[in-house]
Design a protein around this ligand. Sequence first.
Ligand code: AMP
Length: 446
Amino acid sequence: MTPLRAIKGMNDVLPDQVGRWQRVERLYARVMSLHGFRELRTPLLEPTPLFVRAMGEATDVVEKEMYAFEHHGDALALRPEGTAGAVRAYIEHSVSQREPIVRWWYAGPMFRAERPQRGRYRQFSQLGAEVFGDEGPGCDAEIIDMLVGFLRELQVPGVEVVVNSLGGAEARARYRAALVEYLTPKASSLSAESQRRLTTNPLRILDSKDDADRAAAQGAPTLIDVLDAGDREHLAKLREALDALGTPYSIDPHLVRGLDYYTRTLFEIRGAHDKLGAGSTLVGGGRYDTLVKDLGGPAVPAIGFAAGLERLLIASDLEGPSSVVDALVAPLGAKAVAAGLQVARDLRGKGIRCEVDTRGTSLKSQLRRANALGARIVLILGDAEIAAGAVQVKDLAAHSQETIQRDQAIRVVVDRLIAAGRTVDSPVKASATDYTAPTTPEEDTP
Ligand code: AMP
């Protein structure tokens, strides 16, 4: 029988890679918590009209990329992004009535039926956040600065921040008209897609990768030309705040992003092109001051962003964890297995990651397994050790081996691991001196 395969563009993440994923996810959770954001979890499936109303009918995602289907008469879609669901939840739970400012983050899979390539998948993960109730621009500057700091922690080289302002709804309408006026005489040189966009969503023509479209758009009026006084001041203050923070950025008056809901501040953060190729955009974000109201909620300004986790992993120089466990318990022979399981349980009780090789095989093959798992310590239990209530503690890095009484062994192992700079989880956390040896001998004796 032909084995089944995963869906194209939807990838397995095997445990060898999950360690790097988790490092990035944990760093992100930490950064968010340091900034007062709390985690939000929304369903993967939402009513299709939510995305259509939020993102706009004439966007690539809604037109071509949504996994949308009918189920028992309901129109459902796998979420292609996180903002629409967050806004829906914010409105549905009347959050604005309880909290004037809401800072939420999320992480999880998104689904878009795009053409898969490196850095572009059909199921991909985003790390995102939304702030409701702060119209910026201080908040916008803080978010951009926070993301630059996060990417620095992830050791992403070549970070570039690009900022633009899309203005409010009126400036957008003015700009749309100016753009259509400029591009209409050149319509015949535009790609078929952009010719269609000229009536449905002309701003997206600026986003086109097609050479002819790019040539036609050169010299087009820019959004910054049509901003009103309030929009201009918002952008100026954002720039001032970024300058004061020392956060590097550049202004790209042609930056537009795929989704319709953005107003005023818009930004992208890119990483080094040589690592990422065409998909060098790591983070996309912007303000959406009218979306909450457009989706039936109160008039609350908001800003959000999303980073592609897979792209962050391609761009980052951060390494994954080098070991699966810190210690391997090696019972020699079937009789020693039960004692080995007890030793392992005691080690885990002190926060030491360990595995027991319960196959009862030769010491040589157990040492091979210890190496494969990156274990530093091997606790060997043979008949002689069991009879003497002892265990041999072998330190693979120090090339030492000593026989130690079982009730002392756990403490010795903890001390060695801490001295070697390995993190031992709660309850033995901070340092060797914080560690209190077990006082009840029964705890460690079989
Ligand atoms: P967007 O929601 O389109 O603004 O995208 C935000 C970020 O999500 C992008 O900058 C990418 O890092 C990531 N992203 C978007 N689409 C994909 C995809 N199909 N595969 C992988 N990452 C993606």
